[in-house]
Design a protein around this ligand. Sequence first.
Ligand code: GTP
Ligand code: MG
Length: 201
Amino acid sequence: MPVHEVHFIASNTSLNALPKDGKPEYAFIGRSNVGKSSLINMICNRTSLAKTSSTPGKTKLINHFLVDNNWYLVDLPGYGYARLPKTVKEKIQQMIHSYISKREQLVCLFVLIDSRLEPQHSDLEFINWLGAKAIPFVLVFTKSDKLSKNELGRNTSRFSKSMLEDWEDIPQIFITSSVKHTGRDEILAFIEVTNKKFKIN
Ligand code: GTP
Ligand code: MG
């Protein structure tokens, strides 16, 4: 599916202030610095639509980007960022949790996992929370350009194995690199199919 036009709509902290047009949205979540904002830019073929940084904790708000006037990409702050004051961190966590559990037009959450790392407790714990809340999600392994094919295969199967300790199935998996534009077509094809289920174009 091609992407023609993307508009930044708003950055919010409060659920009440989010767009009310009912268009389906796809939100990106994962540990700080995993590459959420970079992936949104890559999908939109833009360099600095969503703000990125090599320092974890860049995104602190709920950011809505409207694609072709039909659906939203939502850039969220990361979880597990340790260097912010505890109160700020708790507020951000609360905001993310309330967005994910209450936002009706959130049709699928993209959970980003750093493909270079061993399975992380914070990721598995977050995924289990999604399970408990019955939130639909898919997995996205990021920064695949930093690994060989073998390393990538080993790390993704390790992650699946860890997940299978608590889950019966593994959700759909995407392998991405925002540097090499890997995985863009696959993610857009998934969104296109999902939009159709929601009767959008
Ligand atoms: P927070 O907003 O802080 O939670 O981070 P984020 O998950 O939005 O990460 P962001 O997109 O800001 O990227 C973090 C760092 O990783 C930046 O320095 C990016 O350039 C780098 N990065 C992101 N994606 C990739 C990728 O696919 N490959 C490589 N090599 N670097 C990446
Ligand atoms: Mg970000």
